[in-house]
Write a protein that binds this ligand. Sequence first.
Ligand SMILES: Cc1cc2nc3c(=O)[nH]c(=O)nc-3n(C[C@H](O)[C@H](O)[C@H](O)COP(=O)(O)OP(=O)(O)OC[C@H]3O[C@@H](n4cnc5c(N)ncnc54)[C@H](O)[C@@H]3O)c2cc1C
Length: 490
Amino acid sequence: MISSSEYKERMAKLKSNVYQGGNLVDRFDPSITGGIDVIAATYDFASDPEFAGVGVATSHLTGEKINRFCHIHQNMADLLAKQKMTRLYCQEIGGCIQRCMGTDALNALSIASFEADAQHGTSYYKHFTEFMKKVQKEDLALVCAQTDVKGNRAWRPAKQKDPDLYLRVVEKRPDGIIVNGAKAHNSCSAYADEIVVLPTRNMAADETDWAVAFSVPADTEGVYLINGAFNPPKHPRLSSPYCRQGESHSLTVFDHVFVPWERVFLCGEAEQAGKAALLFALYHRHSYTGCKAAVSEIFTGATALAAEYNGIANAQHVRHKLADMIQVVDLIYASGIAAAMHSVQAASGTCIPDSNYCNAGRMLAGEAIYGEYEALAAIAGGLAATLPHEEDFFNEKTRPYLEKYIMRVPEIPAENQHRAFRLFQDMMSSAWGGHKLIDALHGGGSPVIEKVAIYRDHNIEHSKNIAKRLAGIKIEDSTKGIFREKRSWY
Ligand SMILES: Cc1cc2nc3c(=O)[nH]c(=O)nc-3n(C[C@H](O)[C@H](O)[C@H](O)COP(=O)(O)OP(=O)(O)OC[C@H]3O[C@@H](n4cnc5c(N)ncnc54)[C@H](O)[C@@H]3O)c2cc1C
């Protein structure tokens, strides 16, 4: 395992390929460092005694202690520890911990590459295992580029007018492949060691060119990161832990990029490409049951704080709102625990969480976020939007007025009132707050996609049979089991 400063030293050595605001920018551009600091924290947390037992795992490949973000889940306990780690770290940071995409991609690939070899006699899993040893030894920070730009949403990859709208293999050589295309919304690519590329969807038999998975260093020749950086507002006088985070997402262009065979984990195996896509989504939704539980808890805590500072903590409507919010936190987290408890082991040995529970939790999280913004805005009142500028609280002339008129509960000092409402403003009434709202809805897959998965994986005939039996209608099957014993796509 490495330290946060070793991670930063490695980032500083990457070749420039980050484009932002019309310029080729340094990875340590001030707009990007907030995100770098979040990933850096994952290195420090691993050795923090307060997080003992969650951030470190034992490699099934070498027996060495490794950062859990570099681990392939071997059992239910690993899934539970990953979920708990994600929640704790996100709570500490104040939002997304940003390193889970790589972990989720690796776990998906450990299964898909193994199964491709079993079916096609290829050697992807051997290559993948060697790659994993490097990831674990060097404690690499990986991101996942799955989402294709997709062109016309109604058309499949092979039917697009421009075939590059889904990333594809354009040439196979004895030493590797050439890929061309672009991936959208690629979080943290500007400060990652490696970009893991996965297919975005199921592939048909005539779509083998698009059935490709691999990993490349983030500064590989031909990779261009057209980046957008997002940060909470900076407060020079009243800096807070919440404002130190930041994140980036890029349109990642692969312009005829060469990938050596040792780094190719699928190439033309349509069935396993689809599986890799679905498995990544599944692992990522399991991670969401940790991070979104943290985000929902932050909103719950902020709403309770707003109520306390406004002197309305005991009002019945406040308690009802808080109870609704707590219920969401608990249900999101519970769905991840249930998914781990109902996990199954793939042939590769990797542990797979239950699909229905993961999707139910992620869908609830994606849809609940608008209610969480509404609750905090309702209880905090208009000041969360109209709070005067920070500098006016420090201006000799205006300070006494602002300190006098911000007061609510007299025992709470003016600075704490100011700090609390500044946090609410940053969370909701800022460019960052708007960005995080869409992030919470679509990141990990839009709720509509979870609906598709939930319906796909639930044995609706079984549910209907229960109703039929209770109505006295004759049925063939027994209704004495639960549906999960009957349905699985992996
Ligand atoms: C902040 C953020 C970070 C992200 N980070 C990553 C990342 O690191 N890596 C990564 O791979 N992805 C990432 N994503 C991508 C995320 O998974 C996608 O946004 C999500 O899957 C939706 O895809 P899309 O944005 O292309 O939306 P679209 O596919 O354009 O979907 C928009 C809507 O169109 C409709 N639609 C789409 N296709 C069809 C169809 N065929 N038929 C009918 N209706 C359809 C759906 O209703 C959908 O809700 C991130 C997204 C966000 C917002």
